[in-house]
Design a protein around this ligand. Structure first.
Ligand code: HEM
Length: 422
């Protein structure tokens, strides 16, 4: 299709049209067809095919996560530069391995299962507050529901006192927002201020936790402070990886819940299936992750000359991994633009793959499952009160606002919300 060719030809992550933020999928389709290894004006490439994306994830020796070269010019000498280049996700071994081991030890399936009871209580409390509104009242499902869940869960993980959690969301949005392909000076300033304030806050928290350690089995901060096998993190490594952890589990999971509730409205038959059979919750969450991947982009840099799909790449070439594009690749997913909540197999790459694969994916899946199924059980007829407003972000796909009207079921049927399916 000529239009397709134009879309692929014109594509540049640093010059995205407004329509891309609303619906990037026609562009991704055009890229997969006509320019699967798309060279952009700055010399970097964008990958859109599933097989290429997986190959890059698996070869961490050739495709490094070290971002010093990319972020140096982007941020200059600044708190954002120090933060992003010290986080485990933007580092190669050995720093990556040390930090990852400490975090992963507190996020095993056993630990995650132990978090479920508090999570269900938190979700039900939020649903009670929504239900108590006047009938027909409009509610923003992002601020009143989706974003209120991860901030609690991740706050619990580092045992941040309840009354100190309020600024976490804004810090996180500002810091992750600075990862967008292009930035205004205001976004930069906002991101740098957020890192400074976050560091100041965490220094105090770490001091208190050193004086009074928590249970290292469940408290990630206590684990990170203690280190392992005699190996400790330096002070900046400790602080920046706490910031990263608080950020990593926040916007992404908010988007999973918001995208899930929005997708089900677009696909009413799938919504009815899930409502009638909550046992589909697991595959439904996987399908939302594939269909509207919360995290759409990843980044690597080549450490040597190599080739992807016949295209030669010089050493130090920046590679953008199109997660959202790969997850709609018809070579890997039948009828990829259709939401099928029982899709199986569903080997999406929403959590990445290889040595950096998301450490928090078990937790994110649990949050998505509990939030979406309990919301649906309580408000099966929820509907939008205004068109959904997408956040203008290319990297993190979610909503700025999801204004809905929710009418609870008549009180006789609401007393016992459905059990969370296992
Ligand atoms: C729907 C929710 C989530 C999505 C879509 C998501 C996605 C991702 C992706 C794609 C990566 C790989 C980055 C790369 O390879 O460059 C990643 C890494 C990571 N995620 Fe998540 N994530 C989610 C939730 C969480 C949660 C809840 C936590 C924490 C509890 C978390 C913690 C991390 C950490 C620590 C890493 C770095 C792992 C490493 O570098 O080895 N994420 N995530």
């Amino acid at each position: 299709m000529p239009e397709d060719r134009d879309l692929a030809e014109d594509f540049d992550l640093k010059r995205l049209p407004d329509s891309f933020y609303v619906d990037p999928y026609p562009t991704y389709r055009a890229l997969r067809r006509h320019a699967p290894v798309k060279r952009m004006a700055d010399g970097s490439v964008f990958l859109s095919r599933y097989a290429d994306v997986v190959a890059v994830y698996k070869d961490s020796a050739t495709f490094s996560s070290d971002k010093r070269e990319e972020f140096g010019p982007k941020y200059g000498a600044s708190p954002l530069l120090e933060h992003h280049t010290t986080s485990l996700v933007f580092n190669d071994p050995p720093l990556h391995t040390r930090v990852r081991r400490l975090i992963a030890g507190a996020l095993t399936p056993r630990h995650i299962a132990a978090m479920e009871r508090r999570l269900v209580e938190r979700v039900d409390t939020l649903l009670d507050v929504i239900a108590a509104r006047a009938p027909g009242a409009e509610v923003d499902l992002i601020t009143s529901f989706a974003s209120a869940i991860p901030v609690e869960i991740i706050g619990n993980l580092l045992a941040v006192p309840d009354e100190e959690r309020a600024p976490l969301r804004d810090w996180s949005l500002a810091i992750l927002g600075a990862l967008e392909p292009t930035l205004t000076s205001e976004q930069l300033e906002h991101g740098n201020r957020a890192v400074r304030e976050f560091l100041l806050y965490l220094e105090g928290l770490v001091e208190r936790r050193r004086a009074e350690p928590g249970d290292p089995d469940v408290d990630v901060l206590t684990r990170l402070i203690a280190g392992e096998g005699g190996e400790m993190l330096s002070a900046p490594e400790l602080l920046h990886n706490c910031i990263f952890l608080l950020n990593a589990g926040h916007e992404t999971t908010t988007n999973l819940i918001g995208n899930g509730l929005a997708c089900l409205l677009d696909w009413p038959d799938e919504k009815a299936r899930l409502r009638d059979d909550p046992g589909l919750a697991r595959t439904a969450v996987e399908e939302v992750l594939r269909f509207e991947s919360s995290n759409q982009l990843g980044n690597r840099i080549t450490t040597r000359a190599c080739e992807i799909a016949g295209v030669a790449l010089a050493p130090r070439t920046q590679v953008t991994i199109g997660i959202g594009a790969a997850n709609r690749d018809p070579e890997s997913f039948a009828d990829p633009d259709r939401l099928d909540i029982s899709r199986s197999p569903n080997r999406h790459v929403a959590f990445g793959s290889g040595i950096h694969q998301c450490v928090g994916m078990g937790l994110a899946r649990l949050e998505g499952r509990v939030a979406i199924t309990r919301f649906l059980a309580r408000f099966p007829d929820y509907r939008l009160a205004a068109p959904a407003v997408r956040a203008r972000r290319a990297r993190f796909r979610g909503h700025a606002r999801l204004l809905a009207v929710v009418d609870p079921l008549p009180s006789t049927t609401t007393t016992t919300p459905q059990e969370t399916p296992k």
